[in-house]
Design a binder for this molecule. Structure first.
Ligand code: PLP
Length: 408
């Protein structure tokens, strides 16, 4: 009783739904009058899709977006009725499910249009589709030259409704002149596609382009809707964008979310565990597999029951990763193993079995952020979050105390 973790192993991730609501409100305000689409693919970047989707909608998101049809089905099974965009063209086999469950498919091929049309006819309903054009990302989407014919096919299908034109940015998180020019070019290509359609009387009711980085760094890319994932989870896509966010005029209108000491985006996830064993080891001892690192001096070493199967990459220690124990950053004392790590707490550390260990989050005066992990590992926060394993229970919390004034 009274333990903060639900399982038998004291390792867990706390997901703060008040922070999700706060971040959604802030992003909505950034984008207004554009709508906010909360990107909840990959189990809401590892946070738990249903709870996060509900909190994002409460915070003002009008849309949800998923990568897999199955993810959309999970939302519908939970009773969530908000519009759900599937970000890639569903397979022909998946299209019936998309239509039956009221999901919004992206289409960008003649085959995709035909499959959506056939499914809509079979179910006997009108299906809104979003047509995606490739403006330079070169992952999915119709070539600019094909867009008109795709939209014409949608328009000609009696049970399909052309509801939006959209695209995706490739380098919105990069701030050098070359990358910015590329993003500006993507904006222009999307505008050209829109104009070509409008000239044929096929003006898209809605146009959307920006991911988190695009929404923060390119106000002109906000258009009718922004699709935010990583920022919804309280992580600025790259640190260089943080000053842009705090300086954005859209957020300083009435001061409701720009209090001086307040973080603009609040971190949502904390990753925690507890010390399972403590021992004192002599200088020269080499804990863990491979015996890679020798202790420089006699030290207190703590074992913590979390490993690479839980999302702490095997190279985290060698790369310079730390964890918080007693509010201090402590380095790992050797290679991360599948289920456990060993931590060098220092010569005079007072550490006991059961002490809380924070891998991501705050502890006393210490903090370790998702960005800290990304920096150590040479990756981005999106990967850090989605790597947290399914055997780490997610504990929903609601640290809503401080956002009272925003609930007006
Ligand atoms: C994942 C994804 C997003 C969200 O990206 P973030 O950088 O996490 O905000 C938006 N649009 C598309 C097409 C995506 O695949």
């Amino acid at each position: 009783m009274g333990e903060p973790y639900p399982g038998l192993r004291p390792t867990w991730a706390e997901v703060d739904l008040a922070a999700v609501r706060h971040n959604a409100r802030l992003l909505r305000k950034l984008a207004a009058p554009a709508a906010l689409c909360a990107v909840v693919k990959a189990d809401a970047y590892g946070h738990g899709i249903v709870a996060v989707a509900r909190a994002a909608l409460e915070g003002g998101a009008a849309w949800l977006a998923v990568a897999l049809v199955e993810e959309g089905v999970e939302l519908r099974d939970a009773g969530i009725g908000a519009p759900v965009l599937v970000l890639s063209e569903p397979t022909e086999r998946a299209m019936a499910t998309v239509v039956e469950r009221g999901l919004t498919p992206t289409v960008y091929s003649a085959g995709g249009v035909a499959a959506a049309s056939a499914a809509a006819t079979a179910v006997g309903t009108v299906v809104a589709v979003h047509v995606k054009v490739d403006t330079g990302m070169h992952r999915v989407g119709a070539d600019a030259a094909e867009v008109v014919s795709i939209v014409r096919a949608v328009d000609a299908a009696p049970r399909l409704h052309f509801a939006a034109l959209w695209s995706h940015l490739a380098v919105a998180d990069e701030t050098d002149a070359e990358a910015r020019a590329f993003t500006d070019g993507q904006l222009r290509l999307l505008a050209d596609s829109r104009a070509a359609l409008a000239a044929l009387g096929l003006d898209p009711p809605m146009v959307h382009l920006a991911n988190s980085a695009g929404a923060i760094a390119f106000p002109g890319a906000r258009l009718d809707m922004i699709r935010c994932g990583i920022s919804l989870y309280g992580v600025v896509p790259t640190p260089a964008l943080a000053p842009l966010l705090s300086a954005d005029p859209a957020l300083s209108v009435d001061g409701a979310v720009t209090g001086e000491e307040r973080e603009l985006l609040r971190p949502v996830l904390s990753l925690k565990s507890k010390v399972s064993l403590v021992r004192s080891l002599d200088a020269g001892e080499r804990p863990s597999y491979g015996r890679r690192i020798a202790l420089e001096k006699r030290s207190v070493v703590a074992t913590v029951p979390i490993g690479y199967a839980d999302g702490v990459p095997r190279r985290y220690g060698a790369a310079g990763g730390t964890v918080l124990i007693g509010g201090r950053r402590c380095p790992l004392a050797g290679t991360v193993t599948m289920d456990q790590i060993v931590v060098d707490c220092g010569a005079d550390a007072e550490v006991s079995v059961g002490d809380e260990v924070v891998l991501i989050g705050r502890q006393g005066r210490g903090s370790l952020t998702v960005q800290d992990w990304a920096d150590v590992l040479g990756t981005i926060g999106n990967e850090v979050l989605t790597e947290i394993g399914s055997r780490v229970p997610r504990v929903l919390v609601d640290n809503g105390g401080s956002d009272e004034e925003e609930k007006r």
